[in-house]
Design a protein around this ligand. Structure first.
Ligand code: SAH
Ligand code: DHB
Ligand code: MG
Length: 229
């Protein structure tokens, strides 16, 4: 019963605060028609990602886990002229649907879908040394989130944000006995966030259209000796 109240409240919030974006709605329709799982961020969460990118004036965004391109479009809409986004997707079918959705949103020149396993593509990006990213969104296989966080640290600069989806997993995060590698991945990630001197981080539980889950947000610090930023 509470879960229906969470969903109803998300619909209320979205109705008032998240203007309809025909390209996002079409992305949801075409993703569903293509058989993609319904696991993209909720519209109000997509707006949060959009607002975070706008708030820091992000010009270069990196996403790990594209699916049908829903969150990528939310980020792409936040980029200024000359901005660029790379989003990584291992599944060729997902990547194809995403490229189509991104093109329909008018973002084909701005958002690049790189197909491949994230660990491989991140290593390629690291080797290309194309410049640091202002915001990294980690939303692929949860078991490898600590690896993606380590790459995010290498590919960002002081002032960058690193955002991680699905850190709570219906509370599984606190199950110390969990043998689920995805849960263990998030537990390791949280320990890494807590012990990594280069970031200041928090995690927030969320409820709503996507059930009970959470985001982690880390700011790459300007100094690591404790005081400012
Ligand atoms: N960010 C999207 C949702 C991503 S769902 C949104 O909110 O709109 C997670 C995606 O990560 C899936 O499309 C899945 O195919 C992809 N994925 C899973 N493991 C991966 C890996 N090792 N490398 C790259 N992508 C992966
Ligand atoms: C799953 C992945 C996600 O990125 C998400 O937001 C929800 C669920 C999943 O793999 O089940
Ligand atoms: Mg997710």
């Amino acid at each position: 019963m509470m879960e229906e109240t969470w969903r109803e409240t998300d619909r209320f919030i979205c109705g008032l605060l998240v203007p309809s974006d025909p390209a996002l709605e079409e992305a949801l329709r075409s993703s569903a028609a293509a058989g993609l799982p319904d696991i993209q961020v909720a519209p109000n969460q997509g707006m949060l990602l959009h607002l975070l990118a706008m708030a820091i004036g992000a010009r270069r965004i990196l996403e790990v886990g594209t699916l049908g391109g829903y969150s990528a479009i939310c980020f792409g809409r936040a980029l200024p002229q000359g901005g660029h986004m790379v989003t990584i997707e291992a599944d060729p079918h997902h990547a194809r649907v995403a490229r189509q959705n991104i093109a329909s949103a008018g973002l084909a020149d701005v958002v690049e879908v790189r197909e491949g396993l994230a660990a491989d593509v991140l290593a390629q990006i690291g080797a290309e040394a194309t410049g640091a990213y202002d915001l990294v969104f980690i939303d692929a296989d949860k078991r490898n989130a600590p690896l993606y966080f380590a790459w995010a640290l290498r590919l960002t600069h002081p002032g960058s944000l690193i955002v991680v989806d699905n850190v709570v997993r219906r509370g599984a995060l606190v199950d110390a006995a969990s043998e689920d590698p995805d849960v263990q991945g998030m537990q390791t990630l949280m320990r890494d966030l807590g012990s990594e001197a280069r970031v200041k981080a928090t995690a927030i539980q969320t409820v709503g259209l996507k059930g009970y889950d959470g985001f982690a947000i880390a700011l790459v610090r300007h100094d690591v000796d404790g005081k400012a930023g």
